[in-house]
Write a protein that binds this ligand. Sequence first.
Ligand SMILES: CC(C)(COP(=O)(O)OP(=O)(O)OC[C@H]1O[C@@H](n2cnc3c(N)ncnc32)[C@H](O)[C@@H]1OP(=O)(O)O)[C@@H](O)C(=O)NCCC(=O)NCCS
Length: 207
Amino acid sequence: MLLPLSQLPASLLPALAALHKATMPTLLSDLGDNFVLRYYQIAQKDPTVIAICALDDHPEPLSTSHVSRVTLGYALGSPDPAALNAQLRRPLSWFAVQMLKLAFSNPRVLLQLAQSVLTASKANSLKPGQIELTYIGVAPEARGQGLGKSILLAFVESARTAGYTSVVLSVETDNPAALALYTRFGFTITQTFSEGSYNRHRMEYQI
Ligand SMILES: CC(C)(COP(=O)(O)OP(=O)(O)OC[C@H]1O[C@@H](n2cnc3c(N)ncnc32)[C@H](O)[C@@H]1OP(=O)(O)O)[C@@H](O)C(=O)NCCC(=O)NCCS
């Protein structure tokens, strides 16, 4: 079952954040549980964000009135990913406390944060009419069954409905599963670039 993030019950956001952290080894995940959950809380309320969640179709009944739903996949995109990230710095008091905690628990991630700001490539910039697919992931046990393709299709259809003319994304050159998903869907490589120690393709799909 696919549904927009805006309709996901708030009680399922922690499970979605946990799935993101387990499947998306990027800076956001390295920043830790609090940041990932906060990111999805912000994204859920941001009307410019397009995001799709996949839940299992046959949830386990916990009681006559409650079921336990498993989050199996997600896709999230924005016409301005930097502005979405910037919302993580508010309220400043929350952000300052998180930074302080990281300074003690995981100081290397603060270095990564500084590096990502300094090495951000111009290849990531968006033109009018483009939306970036920033994150897409499927739980390991649900992969290879077409779920990634279904989530991507739902994302593209939502982008079309919202009036976007193309979907763009960045993918590491050594991620064959993601490259296969995008290429078979019809994305083409527009640029290959380095960002810090990563080599990435920029890809585009004309809607
Ligand atoms: C990339 C990812 C979302 C694919 O999800 P999925 O549900 O397994 O993908 P699907 O089953 O829908 O497969 C889509 C297509 O890609 C192909 N594919 C998927 N995984 C593949 C792999 N490991 N090797 C080669 N081809 C692969 C499938 O054969 C299918 O092709 P088809 O349409 O010709 O049948 C999943 O592997 C994942 O979550 N990876 C970790 C997160 C990640 O890397 N996200 C992308 C960041 S840019």
